[in-house]
Design a binder for this molecule. Structure first.
Ligand code: 58G
Length: 233
């Protein structure tokens, strides 16, 4: 049986950065199962100048260094096909959401460009990048961490990566609502008891309780999400 494979090409200056996050747990299992393939591309390998230089100072002045367009562009074009979607991780991008992660899971080939220093030359974004995505309103020292987060969020929506097929659908945010609290053994932990309803065996009551807990929590911590929920209470 041949499964449809999803390929991720990660372009960065630190291919080893990803060893931990991609060799453990669910990402590792997805690779082992042959559901996804992750390839590391070192942007420096595409620097054709003498010292394999990939950065230079910004025109117009200012602090820091900018990734030069040639090596970045060549790196992208070395892996791009008709089915590729090229994403640049940057604080200037559109915010990553569960909806966006699900949408990206439909692509068989994602190219993730990780910036370093003060970012990449804008012309690469114009010529070779399809979408600029941000994982949140903060700046990181390099885009590698953002790529790890995006890949992880995306693969949860690829069939077969999670043990239980519907798990991604039931989790937080898919329905603009936070997850309900969860409990496991023991029934009493340091004097705190598991809510009685969860031990009742009454599935209808349990479902109602979870919904109510999730809505309460959402209204308290994320009233911005709760607005969307007004009509489904
Ligand atoms: C300003 C600073 C612009 C993604 C750095 C561009 C990447 C945050 C995110 C950069 C990132 C995010 C260089 C380092 C992109 C480049 C990279 N920081 N919020 N940093 O998703």
């Amino acid at each position: 049986m041949k499964k449809q494979q999803h390929r991720f090409d990660i372009l960065s200056l630190f291919p080893n950065y990803f060893t931990g996050p991609f060799t453990e747990s669910i990402v590792k299992r997805a690779i082992d199962k042959g559901i996804i393939e992750i390839r590391q591309i070192n942007i420096r390998d595409f620097a054709e100048n003498k010292h394999h230089r990939v950065d230079d100072r910004p025109f117009g002045g200012g602090p820091g260094m900018i990734l030069m367009p040639e090596p970045v562009s060549k790196a992208i074009r070395s892996v791009k096909t008709e089915n590729s979607k090229t994403i640049y991780l940057s604080p200037q991008g559109q915010l990553l959401t569960a909806k966006k992660a699900r949408e990206l899971a439909a692509y068989s080939h994602l190219i993730l460009l990780c910036g370093h220093y003060e970012g990449v030359d804008e012309r690469v974004i114009r010529s070779d990048v399809d979408e600029e995505i941000s994982i949140g309103d903060y700046v990181l020292t390099d885009g590698c961490l953002a790529a790890i987060v995006l890949l992880n969020a995306v693969i949860r929506f690829i069939p077969g990566t999670l043990g239980h097929e519907d798990a991604a659908n039931e989790d937080s945010f898919e329905n603009h609502i936070l997850d309900c609290p969860h409990y496991t053994k023991p029934v009493v932990f340091e004097g705190q008891e598991v809510p009685e309803v969860l031990l009742s065996g009454n599935h209808k009551l349990i479902a109602e309780w979870r919904k109510e807990q999730a809505l309460d929590k959402t209204k308290r911590v994320r009233p911005d999400l709760a607005i969307v929920n007004k009509n489904q209470t």
